[in-house]
Ligand binder design. Structure first.
Ligand code: UD1
Ligand code: CA
Length: 449
């Protein structure tokens, strides 16, 4: 029987290096705030009890934690006095838990749950499990000092390290696993005798070793262990996420013509044989079924895209856009909170907001759903096989029936019955010869000067 698992997420640091009014863990990687990455990790680890340690003034973070874990899942660390002190702050919320606890940082979003799971498994061979990695640039990270055989000797923070110790390439990624009782016993023994006058979580393995316990180190790749402390590291983490997402998409059978300019979100779902042209951005909540094509320079978020759909170039799909099989959305078309039935088309220059569009309906260039009067939002309903003439303004709430047609340039304010033509624009008047007379007169005036 494997032991019960619990998780402590540390997110009470001030994040001063971000130079931001926003708490560090609300900054976003891959379209998701860092705290949500951490909460998702705990869920994947099947943590029986998860506690997030937050600063006293972080209600916007607390809201997200409560939404995911419920009341009682938050411990407040006030004032913040280091990572060890933060872990200690979770003691009360962890009281009575028996099993292994993982402590990990809210600023390391890309760590793979499988990596952390392997730390729990490593508890079979040691008392304390650390996670190490070898970053290209170790500056700032704590170093793990080992003996010739790779056995753990001690941790030393960058700021406390000697010249010699700074040459160590094995760095501490942050996460640590131990039996709950052992962990809190050792946390109680920490001192703040160091460069930052903080209680370091990283001193726990050293204390364990001194007490005759065994410390083991699991190693993983830099791409999943980048810590976010500054805007530059935020960008590094984003780049690492995008690289991972692009690789995974291509492995699943998606064609990315230019992977480097295709931007994914943490939850983007794309089926095989979809083709993504260059310069496409996906926000949260996008799914795309097979054989669709997203053409260049499109911005897509909160959209459900069916099979064999074409979008773009230069299209914008906003939350609630649902495009059924074979829909065609062309250049400079925006769709928001609207369902387009099979094979419906809007090929150029249109705004379709708060609408339902029937199968095979055709929306001409310049079709606008006037869905907003400054106060409320209203629905436009367009029936199957309807033909909306170019430059039609549909003033919602309004219904255009099946097989109905609207004349180009119409402002439609009343429902149009099935099979009917609606024309709502000024009548054309032709004044014969007027233009020739006007031009002759003007030319004569000009010639006289
Ligand atoms: C920490 C580690 C370092 C490791 C690095 C990996 C310590 C002492 N150092 O350094 O060995 O290489 O992470 O990324 O653990 N936090 C609190 N309360 C506090 C201080 C921090 O909750 O009083 C939280 C922060 O919100 C953050 C995490 O703990 O999520 C790590 O703190 P941070 O200050 O970023 O530590 P690093 O200097 O990056
Ligand atoms: Ca950090």
């Amino acid at each position: 029987m494997s032991r019960a698992r619990a998780a402590i997420i540390l997110a009470a640091g001030q994040g001063t290096r971000m130079k931001s009014e926003l708490p560090k863990v609300l900054h976003v990687v891959g379209g998701r705030p860092l705290i949500d990455w951490s909460l998702a990790i705990a869920a994947e680890l099947q943590s029986a009890r998860t506690v997030a340690v937050l600063a006293a003034n972080s209600e916007p973070v607390a809201v997200r934690v409560r939404a995911a874990l419920g009341e009682g899942s938050i411990a407040i660390q006030n004032p913040p006095r280091g990572t060890g002190d933060a872990a200690r702050a979770a003691a009360k919320a962890m009281a009575g838990f028996e099993g292994d606890v993982i402590v990990y940082f809210g600023d390391t979003p890309l760590v793979r749950p499988a990596t952390l799971a392997s730390m729990f498994e490593a508890r079979a061979r040691a008392d304390i499990i650390m996670l190490g990695f070898r970053p290209a640039d170790p500056t700032g990270y704590g170093r793990i000092v080992t003996d010739a055989a790779g056995g753990f000797i001690k941790n030393v923070e960058h700021k406390d390290a000697s010249e010699e110790e700074r040459k160590v390439t094995l760095c501490n990624a942050g996460p640590l696993v131990a039996d709950a009782k052992v962990l809190f016993d050792l946390l109680g023994k920490l001192t703040d005798n160091n460069a930052q006058r903080e209680f370091y979580l990283t001193d726990v393995p050293g204390l364990a070793r001194a007490a005759g316990m065994k410390v083991a180190i699991v190693e993983a790749s830099e791409a999943e262990l980048l810590g976010v402390n500054s805007r530059a590291q935020l960008a590094d983490a984003e780049a690492a996420f995008q690289k991972r997402a692009r690789t995974e998409a291509m492995e699943r059978g998606v064609t990315l013509i230019d992977p480097a300019s295709t931007f994914f979100c943490y939850d983007t779902q794309i089926a095989p044989d979809v083709i993504i042209e260059p310069n496409v951005f996906f926000g949260p909540g996008v799914s795309i079924a097979k054989n669709s094509r997203i053409k260049a320079f499109s911005h897509v978020e909160g959209a459900e895209i069916g099979e064999g759909v074409q979008v773009g170039p230069f299209a914008r799909l906003r939350p609630g856009a649902k495009l059924e099989t074979g829909v065609k959305i062309g250049n400079f078309v925006e769709v928001k909170n609207a369902t387009l039935g099979p094979k419906a088309q809007a090929s150029h220059l249109a705004y379709i907001g708060d609408a339902t569009v029937g199968a095979r309906a055709n929306l001409g260039a310049g079709t606008i759903t006037c869905n907003y009067d400054g106060f409320g939002k209203y629905l436009t309903e367009i029936g199957e096989d309807a033909f909306i003439g170019s430059d039609t303004a549909l003033v919602a709430p309004v219904k255009v029936g099946a097989r109905a047609t609207t004349g180009a340039g119409s402002v439609i304010t009343k429902d149009v019955p099935d099979g009917t033509l609606a024309v709502a624009r000024g009548q054309q008047k032709n004044l014969e010869g007027w233009s020739d007379r006007f031009r002759a007169k003007k030319q004569a005036e000009k010639d006289k000067k």
